[in-house]
Write a protein that binds this ligand. Structure first.
Ligand SMILES: NC(=O)c1ccc[n+]([C@@H]2O[C@H](COP(=O)([O-])OP(=O)(O)OC[C@H]3O[C@@H](n4cnc5c(N)ncnc54)[C@H](OP(=O)(O)O)[C@@H]3O)[C@@H](O)[C@H]2O)c1
Length: 280
């Protein structure tokens, strides 16, 4: 019974495909750009744009379970197509922000919350994985670090418990292979609270580069970030960082409790991805 993995070019989607295929399960890798996919031999691909319902039926044909990236604009049509195709179980890559105060009006949180609500109101069995910040968000610093430029931050003391994308993929794959968390929701974090400044210090060690942190104002950061993302999303991300400066991040340590082994550390992620910061 085929498992459809959406977001197949994404870091988590790629990890889920590799794990399910290695476990001998039939996987179909769906992407907005299937021609750009690199998938293991034997994995079928499909075009699926989560905001384009015309692409749903063909991708869902013969599918019983789905690993879903959140996209609220097409979710009602997706649920309808999934039920028509006899899909039973959907595992959503949601976000810890859905349980934060004000989630309904926050653009980042609402993106995932609307999808959770549409799924929860349906007859599908739903598993909601709610990760906190991904360790891979540090890739946003790759350009200044590789160019020897300072990293400019409004909230360098913002504390997060970054989770390695491979730990999310391990937990997601286990929801399909072992029934882990099936039908439930869980917040996923790494095992260690680190400020942004501490993450950069670890990156400096992993890359052998000096990394200077320059503190800028909230308004300066908002203006910079709005060059790369919609202004409301930039405002939302900065508000998260501001709130995270109040104290150490809460640790859910889900990898330890769910999988019975230590979470991958940010130091490990930095070592694995050092080349992205050095251009080597
Ligand atoms: N980053 C975080 O800290 C965080 C925290 C909590 C929740 N989340 C949730 O996790 C999801 C993805 O996280 P992410 O933003 O870090 O991204 P990601 O895992 O890299 O995934 C990005 C997705 O965008 C699509 N995409 C479009 N152009 C792409 C390109 N050139 N290369 C790779 N992928 C491309 C891909 O889907 P196609 O293959 O279908 O095109 C891919 O699945 C989001 O829904 C987010 O809400 C993220």
């Amino acid at each position: 019974m085929t498992i459809l993995v959406t977001g197949s070019r994404g870091k988590v989607g790629q990890g889920v495909i590799a794990r399910l295929h290695a476990a001998g399960l039939p996987v179909r890798a769906a992407s907005a750009a299937p021609a750009e996919l690199t998938v293991p031999d034997g994995v079928a691909t499909a075009e699926l744009r989560l905001d384009a319902p015309a692409t749903f039926d063909a991708a869902l044909d013969g599918v019983r379970q789905v690993f879903l990236y959140p996209e609220p604009s097409g979710i009602d049509a997706f649920v309808k197509s999934a039920l028509a195709a006899n899909v039973e179980h959907v595992v959503l890559l949601s976000s810890s922000t859905v349980v934060a105060p004000g989630a309904e009006t926050d653009p980042l949180a609402a993106h995932s919350l609307l999808v959770e609500r549409a799924l929860a109101a349906s007859d599908l069995t739903c598993t909601f994985l709610r990760p906190d910040a991904f360790a891979s968000n540090a890739l946003g610093w790759a350009h200044p670090v590789s160019q020897g430029l300072p990293v400019e931050l409004a909230y360098p003391e913002a504390s997060l418990a970054p989770i390695h994308p491979d730990d999310i993929a391990d937990i997601a794959a286990a929801t399909f292979t072992d029934g882990l968390l099936r039908g439930r929701a869980a917040t996923l974090t790494g095992a260690q609270a680190l400020t942004l400044r501490e993450q950069l210090a670890i990156l400096a060690e992993a890359t052998g580069r000096d990394i200077t942190v320059v503190e800028i104002t909230h308004a300066e950061a908002e203006e910079q970030m709005a060059r790369y993302m919609p202004a409301p999303v930039a405002a939302s991300l900065l508000a998260l960082q501001k709130a995270a400066s109040e104290g150490p991040a809460a640790i859910a340590d889900t990898t330890g409790t769910l999988l019975g082994r230590p979470a991958r550390t940010f130091r490990q992620w930095a070592a694995e991805n050092a080349a992205a910061f050095t251009g080597r």
